[in-house]
Design a protein around this ligand. Sequence first.
Ligand code: RIB
Ligand code: CA
Length: 313
Amino acid sequence: MSPRKIIIDTDPGQDDAVAILLALASPEDIEVLGITAVAGNVPLPLTTRNARIICELAGRTDVAVYAGCDAPLKRPLVTAEHVHGKTGLDGPVLPEPTMPLAEGHAVDFIIETLLAEPEGTVTLCPLGPLTNIAAALEKAPEIAARVQEIVLMGGAYFEVGNITPAAEFNIYVDPEAADIVLKSGIKITVMPLDVTHKALVTKARNDAFRALGTPVGVAVAEMTDFFERFDKEKYGSAGAPLHDPCVTAYVIKPELFTGRHINVEIETGSELTLGMTVADWWGVTDRAPNATFMGDIDAAGFFDLLTERLGRL
Ligand code: RIB
Ligand code: CA
């Protein structure tokens, strides 16, 4: 079967970095048409920097990295340096990027690519706030029918919030964008905290990354060493949750995940619960299902896949 064509929309972020590395290490499963950076974990200048650092670490300076939106559609930007460090990629010491940013805005790249590629052959993989995706849908509504699938990391139901008591970070930063995406009619698969909090980098798993003995393996071990502090302190977790790599792992091996096709709506009115993903997991409303919302993961299988693929780089 030919590899799936994807656009990775991202706010690196150590976990975004691992997701990108997994995609670039899997050419038989994934063809990365381009990477679009968005403001999120850190401001846009840093997310565009970090995305290029990761491409260079993977030896893939051929991958085009585009700068996208530097703020949410209607709100001021909220960032997460408390989790990812001031650069967004704290942990390893990696050289500043030398590859240039691609010409043009990320939103235009998303639109042009979807219009140029055959209908239903491009998957969008958002790993941060959904600002770029929503902006593209608003600028060119005709692209919605051309998207094969959106596989995104965001939201939570049983796990509730990680940035407020009610909301997960990616959705909270730009709830209006998330609302546009969830109402787009596009086939959507959601990787919420309910799943990503089960993909924890335990010491043994971190040791396995380091034991690869490659610059990529050591860098990933140092990244996850760094960004596990927040979750260990807050949740008492056994290690860093690999949120975003769940997205690219799903594209490669969907059978690692289980979930339900349900209705998911976004709170955009209440300041108290802004950005909450109101997931009808128990089917108590008559609201039409609009997303496959994942609830479980084969964590051992996920880490076996991730470690094997990272070992290729
Ligand atoms: O809540 C976790 C999500 O927010 C991840 O995508 C992480 O990188 C941050 O963007
Ligand atoms: Ca992210």
